[in-house]
Design a binder for this molecule. Structure first.
Ligand SMILES: Nc1ncnc2c1ncn2[C@@H]1O[C@H](COP(=O)(O)OP(=O)(O)OP(=O)(O)O)[C@@H](O)[C@H]1O
Ligand SMILES: [Mg+2]
Length: 246
């Protein structure tokens, strides 16, 4: 579903992405791990189209999108989780999902009064809330939600456009262990045809929840493999246990 080939990104003399290749087939949960500054977020920005690569190629399905703008990539099925400040904190969960629905369909806010009564849109909002574990909190104002629940809502907003590839940049950052577990179980339970690429700091969680793992260090792929392969690797032990980071 998503293929990245020898992607390169330089900021001046700084090589932040060095010939990174990876492939995320339909339905796979693929985690990116690596120390602070390894280039994980930069890789996401390249994939989403917010940064232009210095070299290499990106494909969504069979379409090359390397030089296409973010909105075209979205139309081809790519979504990334919104940052927290994209939530409307004085609106309810339901209203946030409905507003997300409007913008995903690019109809414009002037249709809001109509849309909020539209049964199909309401049902879509309810289905998404169910998927991200917020079904019981639909009428709750976002500012009253726990931090973890707000982040679940961000994932819900990313799902509205029915993506085929979902990018999640540290969906569990700042979460308690309990919230982290809930978030990753939720990611597990997303539609099985959705390819998920996620950046995750909690190594135990990565080993339990990812199908494949790419380890980035200094912009380079150090290792790619199954959780078992990565857990057993000396380089990973060294970076994470021997190093000063994380
Ligand atoms: N716009 C930019 N201009 C110059 N350097 C940048 C830019 N964006 C990122 N960098 C540098 O690229 C490197 C990788 O940053 P990036 O944010 O991708 O790392 P990361 O793996 O996501 O780190 P973290 O775990 O802290 O989120 C860092 O050295 C960072 O300072
Ligand atoms: Mg980052």
């Amino acid at each position: 579903m998503l293929r990245v080939e020898r992607l390169v990104k330089n900021f001046g003399a700084l090589q932040v992405t060095r010939e990174v290749s990876l492939e995320v087939p339909k339905g796979l949960r693929h985690a990116i791990i690596g120390p602070n500054g390894a280039g994980k977020t930069t890789l996401f920005n390249l994939i989403a189209g917010e940064l232009r690569p210095t070299g290499g190629a990106i494909y969504i399905g069979d379409q090359e999108v390397t030089r296409r703008p973010p909105n075209e990539r979205a139309r081809l099925g790519l979504a990334r989780s919104f940052q927290r400040n994209n939530l409307f904190s004085s609106q309810s969960v339901r209203e946030n999902l409905l507003l997300g629905d409007i913008s995903a369909r690019a109809t414009g806010a002037r249709f809001w009064p109509l849309l909020s009564k539209e049964k199909a849109a309401q049902e879509r909002a309810e289905a998404i809330a169910e998927q991200v574990g917020l079904a019981d909190l639909l009428e709750r104002q976002v500012s009253e939600l726990s931090y973890g629940a707000q982040r679940q809502l961000e994932v819900g907003l990313a799902l509205i456009a029915k993506p085929q590839v979902l990018l999640l940049d540290e969906p569990t950052s700042g979460m308690s262990p309990e919230e982290t577990g809930r978030m990753l179980r939720l990611v597990d339970a997303l539609p099985r045809d959705l390819a998920v690429l996620l950046i995750e700091h909690d190594m135990d969680m990565v080993f339990t929840h990812a199908d494949r793992i790419t380890v980035l260090n200094y912009g380079q792929v150090l290792l790619e493999g199954t959780p078992e392969e990565v857990r057993g690797s000396d380089v990973v032990q060294e970076i994470y246990l021997g190093g000063e980071e994380e």
